[in-house]
Design a protein around this ligand. Structure first.
Ligand code: F0G
Length: 451
């Protein structure tokens, strides 16, 4: 019977708990009025199930907490750095490991070195901080997602892939202007969709042809590796660690937010092969993050990440992780709610444009759905549509991001019930207008009113 049971259980038991606080409909409505109908303004005690992000919101293991106790807080030469650097080097095969306080710090440092005014940086799809850091350096960030990513309902296994033809023509048309190519694994912006190993290899070959380095934005590398094992020919019998090592072997550098697949609440790193580039990045690190053996983190954080990078590649963990997203997506489909297909690793993305078809784009249907999920059930999700991206938004999506090892199946069942309840009363859900917005990144602080 080993392995034949139908129920995929959470592969952990819980020994430290945090109570949830239940609110009434009236309390939630008052909270929405106070925050200008923006769920970023809610306090933790006002939210029942928090699916705003999977970043830094996971639960650490007993072994990670043990590592926290061992944390060596020496300014220079901490043993915690040695453990961290060894864990990252063994995984990535890269000689230089530079700790940073989170992913965007790795982006800022690497781009300050590599990206110059007028340059072009292609990515399968840039995450918003990656794009912003490139644009800050007065360069152009371009997205080259594969064609299948356009259609939320297409069942392609690797919708995170890069369009290799367009990469090739971009490089041919812009000699000397492309300092690096980035692949984001998994591709968060198009729905947490994986990139196939065949695509990474094809991108690598194009980079080699044009002599341009390839850097991975590896925030969710373990989920990507698991989905490769599940979906790509020739990987069935490989371990997640072997697949991850093969993935990293194809790159020249890695930018990592350890708040995702590092299973840590804070932290990240830059891993590089090139000695001179690494030396220059370390010099910048000292300027704003800290000495190269801690880089903006405490020794205890380095321990948590070193341990997290081992645990995240456990097949039992990854099976449960990906199964949770599939399960929630299936519950949505059973209720008649469309999500981005197939489900990816870290989140389920509801197609709010389809669900609230009567709400015009100008009245922000995905935002309206976010508000209603909170109003009705205390569930906090995030809008990925016209509020976040303006007229450039491709779809009106609501992301339900799944914090790692935090919620159980009954929490997910509850979320599904709330989604179904909203779906059943969808025609009564109206749109919103923006009454105040900041000059950039408006989704975090804009205020809204019902129309
Ligand atoms: N790259 C990707 C693909 C990300 O998803 C994120 C963060 C970053 C880089 C930046 O890392 O937050 O540690 O500075 N994504 C979070 C999210 C915020 O909610 O998807 P960071």
């Amino acid at each position: 019977m080993d392995g034949d049971w139908r129920t995929i259980i959470e592969p952990f038991r819980i020994k430290s708990v945090e109570p949830l606080r239940f609110t009434t409909l009236e309390e939630r409505e008052r909270a929405l009025e106070r925050t200008g109908y923006n769920v970023f303004g809610l306090g933790r005690a006002e939210v029942l199930i928090d699916l705003l992000t999977d970043s830094g919101t996971g639960a650490m293991s007993a072994e990670q907490w043990a590592g926290m106790q061992r944390g060596d807080e020496s300014y220079a030469g901490a043993t915690s750095y040695d453990r961290f650097a060894t864990a990252v080097s063994e995984l990535t095969g890269m000689a230089h490991v530079i700790p940073v306080h989170q992913g965007r710090a790795a982006e800022r440092i690497l781009f300050a070195e590599m990206v110059h005014q007028g340059d072009i940086v292609p990515n399968n799809t840039h995450f918003d901080t990656t794009r912003a850091n490139i644009e800050y350096d007065k360069a152009e960030a371009i997205d080259l997602p594969c064609a299948e990513a356009d259609d939320t309902q297409a069942e392609a296994p690797f919708k995170g892939n890069m369009d290799v033809e367009r990469l090739s023509s971009t490089l041919a048309a812009n000699p000397g202007r492309v300092p690096l190519v980035i692949l984001t694994v998994t591709n968060n912006t198009v729905g947490g969709q994986p990139v196939s190993m065949a695509n990474v290899r094809a991108v690598r070959a194009v980079c080699d042809r044009f002599g341009v380095p390839l850097v991975l934005d590896a925030a969710r590398f373990a989920e990507n590796s698991w989905l490769v094992i599940q979906r790509e020919d020739g990987y069935r019998d490989r371990t997640p660690r072997e697949v991850a090592q093969e993935l990293f072997s194809l790159a020249d550098g890695v930018m990592m937010s350890a708040k995702k697949d590092g299973l840590a609440n804070i932290g990240g790193f830059l891993a590089l092969r090139d000695d001179e580039l690494a030396a220059n990045c370390r010099a910048l690190l000292i300027l704003t993050e800290g000495f190269p053996t801690y880089g903006g983190l405490a020794g205890r954080d380095l321990e948590a990440i070193a341990q997290g990078l081992q645990e995240v590649l456990d097949p039992d963990y990854l099976r449960y992780r990906v199964r949770t997203a599939e399960y929630l997506a299936q519950r949505c489909w059973d209720a008649g709610v469309q999500t981005v297909r197939p489900p990816g690793g870290h989140a389920v993305y509801i197609d709010a444009g389809a669900m609230l078809a009567h709400v015009p784009r100008a009245a922000f249907p995905a935002h309206a759905l976010v508000v209603e999920l909170y109003r009705l059930g205390g569930v906090r999700a995030v809008e990925v549509g016209s509020v976040m991206f303006g007229p450039a938004a491709q779809h009106e999506l609501v992301r339900l991001a799944l914090p790692r090892r935090v919620y159980t199946q009954s929490h997910i069942d509850y979320v599904a019930e709330v989604i179904q309840a909203v779906y059943e009363r969808r025609t009564g859900v109206g749109g919103y207008q923006i009454v105040w917005e900041p000059p950039f990144l408006r989704h975090f602080t804009a205020r809204f009113a019902p129309v």
